[in-house]
Design a protein around this ligand. Structure first.
Ligand SMILES: Nc1nc2c(c(=O)[nH]1)N[C@H]1C(S)=C(S)[C@@H](COP(=O)(O)OP(=O)(O)OC[C@H]3O[C@@H](n4cnc5c(=O)[nH]c(N)nc54)[C@H](O)[C@@H]3O)O[C@H]1N2
Ligand SMILES: Nc1nc2c(c(=O)[nH]1)N[C@H]1C(S)=C(S)[C@@H](COP(=O)(O)OP(=O)(O)OC[C@H]3O[C@@H](n4cnc5c(=O)[nH]c(N)nc54)[C@H](O)[C@@H]3O)O[C@H]1N2
Ligand code: SF4
Ligand SMILES: [Mo]
Length: 728
């Protein structure tokens, strides 16, 4: 089959300058891209989140546009096992044939899709639709499970909605007290610190909860340094203190919440002295924190340190309970929020990449939601698959009996970033067909049978939703290089091939006896082209309709309005009505309008230390590298700043182990080992070692991490497991 429908290029002449946003994290710093001959220059731009600031990663982001290792042709694995350049027709034909073969032999659910929180809203939406309509598989999930699904679940159960920050970032400056729990924005979102500086200048106080004295903790007025995995107990103790000292906002609790009584009884057992023994946080510090939070306006923010645990949802709930008891959510300069991580971490989880979700943050098992979305998609609601399973369960089931036998990956590198990565790699190797769309040969792409080269951020239009729930415009400065297609274009090309109505193999390779509009033979030509448009503006118009009436309602958001107003905050149902920078001022989007307390109790980490594995292992990030490192490890300045993995440990522990700075260490858990040089630092607890997760190979932190997941959110326990450390 040849591929007529190429439409990757933006319709209008391209500007010499484009106002856009950084391709990396959820701060989505405003930047200007300027074409200087063959080069692309990055200039910071005044935007409410970054106020003209950029971090090193943003400054150097354009370097990957013309990187020598950029993929510019599809690759197919040949009989000898090598990846070799191929034409687009050959590559897409191979993918479509592989999907058909797997689905006709093993059913529709035998093909899975794995997405990413870096994809634009348009791509995330199209990917979810592609899975449900073109593949008709229930198996789609994405790396947002690794990232913030625990805060999302806790937010929904308390507030009835999940928007990372329910207020603009600039509100941080209005808080008398700011509590950061497991967040290190000095390294993960440096320009955010401008808001913290403002807060300090207005006389505000910063309290940081982190087992390490991070660059962020160094700026704090008070640093609580708990044992990893004990935040829930710390939060319950703070509420215990608030109760015994009469700091609870009774009027707010009575008027705006339900369920406090049970929480009150639960936290009564969290005696500060006992929590000090468990967490290592002194009672005096717990008391000072509770009093500070109750003494004026206050904002509590959590990030991955608190959330990436097998009890992450309950841990976030403990902090939400505290915020509600103190009457913070909805009050000016006060509230609870979660710092979303990936560029489109927020939007990526609203439009249907999640296994249990349809666009607009609708639930896939809700008949009304199915009917609405099926109407927009022009399919029978009964033909929409049901919920799939969360990311780790999905990856762990690949190639196993009953599990998917083919997978398409768009925007993730699980070989480096998934927990228990050696196991995941083995599962990926066991697939009949692995397809990876990327612009660089990530470790996961290197395992693929088919690699599809895609456009980068400066080459495509679209929208992203930042950590504030603010929808932003990404603008194109140039066209993709010859040979490269957009993700939307790839989905359209595959949908067309899967929709040619060959007898016996319908769009999903299923028997033609299936009823309903989605199935079977003799589909009109061009149906797929209508269903999978390649122009992001057209996709966004459809996304608006699909999200209309859902919790994350984009119906009133237009690209023009985004440009005019420095972004638009969802929910925004009406093009002529207001958007929603601040939520919860007078009600919560729950059935009775009240927020819901949820009693939670501390429990140990899924894996505790023992004689054989006596140390706690935790993981995180460094300033100059991003995520699995596919992108930033290839940028010269960032490689110089952060050349490789390392193991951070306390000098006292190093002494005990006979380790000097720079010695090669082996960190071993029940799942595997990592090898990296020692970095001695008095800023970490002596019972805990830390490694960043940005590298593959021997230094891969996820060779060691635990694959235990939260029972509610499915989020893995990246932040604690038990290890042994030795000199190599
Ligand atoms: N430079 C850089 N910036 C990034 C990214 C990146 O890869 N590199 N990724 C982006 C993404 S996707 C995300 S999700 C965000 C993440 O942003 P953050 O959540 O700020 O980043 P992490 O380093 O994962 O974790 C934060 C802190 O949690 C601490 N921690 C570990 N265990 C515990 C614990 O049990 N309790 C508490 N309280 N703290 C603990 C760690 O010491 C670490 O300092 O960053 C975004 N920004
Ligand atoms: N041990 C440990 N592990 C962790 C974490 C931790 O704290 N500790 N954090 C977790 C978290 S919070 C996250 S978010 C994950 C992230 O980890 P990953 O899911 O691996 O995320 P990235 O490294 O950003 O991978 C994105 C890949 O997609 C490509 N890409 C970028 N944009 C596009 C696009 O538009 N289209 C396509 N097709 N490809 C694109 C990039 O080149 C890259 O190869 O890691 C998780 N893993
Ligand atoms: S803070 Fe995040 S969005 Fe801003 S420049 Fe750095 S990586 Fe990009
Ligand atoms: Mo993340």
């Amino acid at each position: 089959m040849t591929d007529g429908a190429r439409a990757a290029t933006p319709p209008v002449a391209l500007p010499r300058e484009a106002e856009t946003h950084c391709p990396y994290c959820a701060l989505q710093c405003g930047m200007v891209l300027r074409a200087e001959g063959d080069r692309v220059e990055v200039l910071p731009r005044q935007f409410p989140t970054n106020r003209g600031g950029l971090c090193q990663k943003g400054w150097t982001a354009a370097e990957l546009l013309d990187h020598p290792e950029r993929l510019t042709t599809p690759l197919l694995r040949d009989a000898s096992g090598e990846l070799r350049p191929a034409t687009w027709d050959a590559a897409l034909d191979r993918v479509a044939a592989g999907i058909r073969a797997v689905q006709s032999g093993h059913g529709r659910d035998a093909v899975a899709v794995f997405g990413g929180g870096g994809l634009t809203n348009e791509k995330a939406y199209a990917l979810g639709k592609f899975a449900r309509v073109a593949l008709r598989t229930r198996h789609i999930d994405y790396n947002g499970r690794w990232c913030m699904s625990s805060a999302a679940a806790a937010g929904i159960r308390a507030f009835g909605v999940d928007r990372g920050l329910p207020f603009p970032l600039a509100d941080l400056a209005r808080a008398d007290t700011l509590l950061l729990v497991g967040a290190n924005p000095a390294e993960t979102m440096p320009p955010l610190l401008r808001h913290l500086t403002d807060q300090r200048q207005r006389g505000g106080r910063l309290i940081v909860v982190d087992p390490r004295v991070t660059a962020t903790a160094r700026q704090a007025d008070l640093h609580l340094q708990p044992l990893p995995g004990t935040d829930l107990a710390v939060a319950n103790a703070l509420l215990h203190i608030a109760l015994t000292e009469g700091l609870v906002d009774k009027a707010y609790v009575d008027a705006r919440t339900t369920g406090f009584e049970q929480v009150r009884r639960t936290v009564a057992g969290y005696w500060p002295a006992e929590v000090e023994r468990l967490s290592g946080v002194p009672v005096a510090d717990l008391e000072a924190t509770a009093r500070a939070l109750a003494g004026g306006s206050a904002i509590i923010l959590t990030a991955r340190g608190a959330e990436q645990h097998a009890k992450g949802v309950d841990t976030v709930s403990a902090f939400v309970n505290l915020a509600l008891a103190l009457g913070l959510p909805g009050r000016p300069g006060s509230g609870y929020g979660c710092l979303t991580g990936q560029g489109n971490g927020q939007g990526g989880r609203e439009h249907g990449q999640k296994s249990d979700q349809l666009p607009g943050y609708r639930k896939i098992d809700d008949p009304a939601a199915r009917a609405h979305v099926a109407g927009v998609w022009g399919v029978d609601p009964d033909d929409l698959p049901g919920p799939g399973v969360p990311a780790y369960r999905l990856l762990d089931s690949l190639g196993t009996p009953g599990g998917p036998r083919a997978m398409l990956v768009f925007g993730s590198n699980p070989v480096v970033s998934a927990p228990r990565a050696a196991r995941v790699t083995e599962r990926l190797r066991g697939l009949d067909l692995l397809v990876v769309a990327d612009f660089l040969l990530s470790e996961t792409a290197a395992l693929a049978d088919v690699v599809l080269p895609v456009a980068q951020w400066a080459e495509e239009e679209g929208t992203m939703t930042n950590l504030e729930g603010r929808v932003l415009r990404r603008q194109a400065l140039r066209r993709p290089p010859p040979g490269v297609r957009t993700d939307l274009d790839i989905l359209a090309g595959l949908a067309a091939r899967l929709d040619d109505g060959e007898p016996g193999t319908g769009p999903a390779g299923t028997p033609t006896t299936t009823t309903g509009t989605g199935a079977a033979a003799a589909q009109p030509a061009g149906r797929a082209a209508r269903q999978f448009p390649t122009d992001p503006r057209v996709v966004f118009a459809e996304l608006r309709r699909a999200s209309a009436g859902g919790p994350a309602d984009y119906a009133g958001i237009t690209w023009e309005r985004i440009e005019r107003d420095e972004g638009v905050f969802w929910p925004c149902p009406d093009p002529d009505g207001p958007d929603a920078p601040r939520l919860f001022a007078d009600r919560f989007p729950t059935p009775d309008g009240r927020a819901r307390f949820h009693p939670v109790t501390h429990r140990p980490a899924a894996e505790e230390v023992c004689a054989e594995y006596p140390l706690h292992f935790t993981t995180g990030r460094v300033l100059a590298q991003y995520q699995s490192g596919t992108q930033t490890r290839r940028v010269a300045a960032l490689r110089r700043a952060a050349p490789g993995g390392f193991v951070e440990l306390h000098p006292d522990l190093a002494d005990r182990l006979g380790v000097d700075e720079g010695d090669e260490l082996v960190v071993t858990s029940r799942r595997g080992e990592l090898r990296a040089p020692a970095r001695l630092s008095p800023t970490i607890r002596p019972d805990t070692v830390f490694a960043p997760f940005h590298w593959g190979g021997a230094a891969r932190a996820n060779s060691v991490t635990n694959d235990a997941t939260d029972p509610v959110s499915g989020m893995p326990e990246f932040k604690i497991c038990a290890v042994r450390v030795e000199k190599a």
